[in-house]
Ligand binder design. Structure first.
Ligand code: PAN
Ligand code: ZN
Length: 248
């Protein structure tokens, strides 16, 4: 099994009409969570650094600051205080997919995704950070993969991180000049969503796609801009392959 303590940023592996997203490789480790860095006789005094339960080390992360959050790093499930849950079904996603007839032919109660968001401060408050998990079902509307609605942040100058836990998909990114690119998502890929960038995720696999997210508490969500014009490209199954297809 993959080492759950290590997350990589990997390059886009999906073909896009505009080439590849240029960001440098880097990695994030969760190995030190709940541990003293450099454990051993030469490490700093244990009294300076509260140690978490050893059993929490690689399976979950718990924070007690402001409100309590536990993240199950296998399933992505959040538990604790101040967690908000949202569910989106096929019936909720009118106007999102290219083939509206195909959407209407599906049972409107079909689950497409659910989101759990940990909101330790008020939405809109400056300086805080939110944490969330999205559980995106496999499926298609016509040849287009099940996906999230997609949004810009209401405050455009706000970025975000996504970290994939399970499944495979594509993170579709569009800048304000409407240039759209796509990054492949698979377990342990870490994605930096720059400010001023609309983002949505499509599940290109046969199983649940689960990803974690962290974003500023004053970012907000602007769905209207995406609803008006959509993205300039869609992730569709073409010849059996997930392909980013430019809209005409
Ligand atoms: C995510 C998204 C989540 C659902 O937490 O909100 O994946 O996507 P939509 O919000 O587009 O329906 C995020 O990007 N927060 O900022
Ligand atoms: Zn966002």
């Amino acid at each position: 099994m993959a080492d759950p303590g290590h997350a990589d940023v990997r390059r886009n592996e999906l073909a896009t009409p505009w080439g590849r997203w240029a960001a440098s490789d880097c990695s994030v480790t969760t190995e030190g969570v709940g541990k003293i860095m450099g454990t051993g006789s030469d490490s700093q005094s244990a009294s300076q650094f509260p140690q978490a339960e050893p059993s929490l080390g690689l399976d979950s992360i718990t924070t007690l600051i402001k409100a309590q959050l536990s993240v199950n790093l296998q399933t992505g499930e959040l538990s604790g205080d101040r967690i908000q849950s949202t569910v989106r079904t096929i019936g909720d996603l009118e106007g999102i997919f290219r083939d509206e007839e195909a959407r209407q032919a599906l049972d409107p109660s079909t689950l497409v995704y659910r989101v759990q968001a940990f909101l330790p401060v008020e939405e809109g408050e400056e300086g805080g950070l939110f944490w969330g998990t999205t559980f995106l079902e496999p499926g298609r509307v016509g040849d287009e993969y099940f996906m999230t609605k997609g949004h810009y942040h209401a405050k455009r100058a706000r970025g975000e991180y996504y970290l994939t836990l399970q499944g495979s998909g594509g993170l579709i990114l569009m800048d304000e000049e409407r240039r759209t690119t796509c990054e492949a998502m698979r377990p342990r890929t870490l994605h930096y969503i720059p400010a001023h960038t609309a983002h949505r995720v499509a599940n290109t696999g046969e199983s649940l796609l689960v990803f974690l997210a962290c974003w500023p508490s004053d970012a907000g969500h602007d769905y209207a801009a995406v609803a008006r014009q959509g993205f300039s490209a869609r992730l569709r199954k073409v010849g059996g392959i997930p392909t980013l297809v430019e809209e005409r």
